[in-house]
Design a protein around this ligand. Sequence first.
Ligand SMILES: [Zn+2]
Ligand SMILES: [Zn+2]
Length: 245
Amino acid sequence: MYNQSEFGNLETYLLEKKYSKKTSCGQPPDIYIFTGTVGFKKHSFESVSVILINTFNEKILGIISKIFLLLCITGAFVTTINFLNSETADWLYIVGMVASLIPLIISLCMQKVLEYHKDTFCEKCGNKLACEEVGEPVMKETSNFSGYTLTVTRHWKCRYCGNVDTREGPENIFADKGEMLPAVYLKGIECSKCSGLSTVVEFKKPDIKEIGNKRTTRRYYKCTLCGYEDINESEETISRSTHAG
Ligand SMILES: [Zn+2]
Ligand SMILES: [Zn+2]
């Protein structure tokens, strides 16, 4: 187990209120920060990754990934050239497409293996497959009028030297600004403070994040009568067809 004191700062961080607004020297508040916990990182192809990492070093794994990507590009190029030649049989296109798709899949899998290597590598003692995730990972979302960013902070502990490495990154989580609702949708919203009707406006573009098959939309409402701000989060399940890539 990890040393509790190592995570002292993290605990205070988590105890801070989940949502904070930053104001700088009399300027109107425009930065909204949200913090929350997330689950441990899930790695795909874990057993294959362990075998490959034990067999090859990082450099060779990177080269393998690049070779397969090159094979994919070559395959796609050759298929396109043949496509322009009308005498080519149909089955050759299928063979060509499969021949370029397989290396692409392998290349993407190799990227996952490299990510697993990076996560489990100990920078301090240089051992590979040494680190495992400990503590509580924290997701931090920063939203202002023009942008929305999301980062995850995780702690990796080496089982050989005991070093705990804290790493922060976006983790390929989709996070972007969405579009504001048309005014007509806001007419029916009642202000939860002054009960005013048709007084609520959306004062900035919503934040949209996608984790797994869940899309969360956070909208910012403000009452023009009493000035009450209401932040609303809604969740929806994304079907696979609309969430390609
Ligand atoms: Zn170590
Ligand atoms: Zn109000």
